[in-house]
Design a protein around this ligand. Structure first.
Ligand SMILES: [Zn+2]
Length: 101
């Protein structure tokens, strides 16, 4: 019974609250959770940052643009929700907890 998030196929990313350049040429995105205010940090490598720019321009879905990110990380970029609030919002939709940052 997977109730997928239908109807929002377009790549709509939330604007990060802060963007910092990373030493490796990538960048660090900070998202403040709209629900609880917790800041979640997503790190992009240079390749990922380039893929993101190109992918958004081509309106590719985020999972195709950044396949190396976990669903949780991608959801942060889409909704800004921290992992904890995502759990509350999408209970049991994903059963992946073995990812390491
Ligand atoms: Zn939250």
């Amino acid at each position: 019974m997977s109730e997928a998030k239908e109807g929002r196929k377009d790549t709509m990313l939330r604007k990060p609250n802060n963007i910092e350049d990373a030493p490796n040429g990538g960048c660090t995105l900070s998202y403040k959770c709209p629900s609880c205010g917790t800041t979640t940090v997503i790190k992009l490598t240079l390749d990922e940052a380039l893929d993101l720019g190109a992918g958004l321009a081509n309106r590719k879905p985020i999972q195709d643009i950044l396949p190396g990110k976990t669903p949780t990380e991608r959801e942060v970029m889409v909704s800004g929700l921290c992992p904890k609030c995502q759990d509350d919002f999408f209970k049991e939709e994903e059963e992946e907890e073995d990812e390491e940052a």
